[in-house]
Design a protein around this ligand. Sequence first.
Ligand SMILES: [Zn+2]
Length: 80
Amino acid sequence: MSFRRVKTIGELLRHRCALQVICTFCENIRTLTYLELGRLPGQTPLEGLHRRFRCHRCGFKQARTKLLLPISGQEPFRLP
Ligand SMILES: [Zn+2]
């Protein structure tokens, strides 16, 4: 499958992807769980979703989101 086709929350959940939200100010990273994403309407577009988040650490209201591949497709962890 192509991850470019994942455009909404519903598709994201169906493909078992996860969503990471990264604060553009302090680099605070938070991965949203299925439960949290499931609270949003399935047709919510991923584009523009980053505008809804406010950083808990610094209060900055500008985040970027990153689509994470399903666990099976993830590359193994590597220490620097
Ligand atoms: Zn922040």
